[in-house]
Design a protein. Structure first.
Length: 262
């Protein structure tokens, strides 16, 4: 049975599962769905067509499911989904999607969004994404699984951040960051692989060794060798590694271009 503080405001249109806790002065507004065991702390707001999956926690003063910050948005279909066991800390803002951008903003499972982060409309976050304090995502950004976004980093709309990549604090990212890589700086550049992250996530020594070679082939190319030639060589020599194939697919799918080596 849900535990709802008497000062909380809960819309009759909301769907509240068992073991949900809603704290003092919290607001649950609109077609919100709260899964089993969700906790919404005092003064937090969950609004709009928003689904919060089981085991999530929304900390005080967070605003989850707010209207898109998009001048083109004039109403219409607009949704947000947050995967199970995700943590949304104080003052985080997450916007719903837009009809022109795919309708849905998605935050995956077991993500950790630290205080003052912003996730804009139509962003798609994978599982176990970590955003440190004050990190900001513009609209239509894709963040793959287990990526880490450093504090106060800002990512340009339509960019993609590959799985297990790390964006340093205060970075400004305007192009795609490939999987497993480390990027930093204003107009960010690549600084090698995210080796600490890869080891923590259990990547084998052999896989890391191969990814180092692939990084060198892609971003330390000899004069006269283009990226397309380097990719052909990588595909020929290392296609037995799923991680390499994912990096190849990521680069081929880039529309904004790939961050270059510093």
């Amino acid at each position: 049975m849900a535990e709802i503080h008497p000062t909380a405001i809960v819309s009759p249109a909301a769907s509240i599962a068992g073991n949900v806790v809603i704290g003092p002065y919290a607001v649950i507004e609109g077609e919100v769905v709260l899964g089993d065991g969700v906790k919404v702390d005092h003064h937090a707001t969950v609004t709009g067509k928003t689904m919060i999956d089981a085991g999530c926690r929304i900390y005080p003063y967070a605003l989850v499911g707010t209207d898109p910050q998009d001048l083109k948005y004039k109403g219409g279909d607009s949704e947000l989904t947050v995967g199970e066991k995700t943590i949304v800390r104080e003052y985080v803002t997450i916007s719903r999607g837009t009809p022109t951008g795919g309708v849905i903003t998605r935050v995956g499972k077991q993500c950790f969004l630290m205080a003052y982060c912003h996730v804009a409309h139509d962003c798609q976050l994978g599982d176990q994404v970590m955003m440190a304090n004050g990190a900001t995502l513009a609209g239509h950004i894709i963040i793959e699984n287990q990526a880490i976004i450093g504090g106060l980093a800002a990512i340009h709309q339509f960019c993609r951040i590959g799985c297990s990549a790390m964006i340093a604090g205060m970075a400004g990212v305007s192009q795609d960051v490939p999987p497993y890589c480390l990027a930093s700086g204003n107009h960010s550049r690549l600084h090698g692989l995210n080796l600490i992250g890869l080891r923590r996530q259990g990547f084998s020594k052999e896989t890391i060794r191969v990814l180092k070679k692939v990084f060198l082939l892609f971003f330390h190319r000899l004069p006269g060798i283009g990226l397309a030639q380097a990719m052909e060589q990588v595909e020929k020599e290392y296609s037995q590694f799923p991680e390499v194939n994912h990096m190849l697919e990521f680069i081929r799918g880039s529309e904004r271009g790939i961050c270059r080596k510093s």
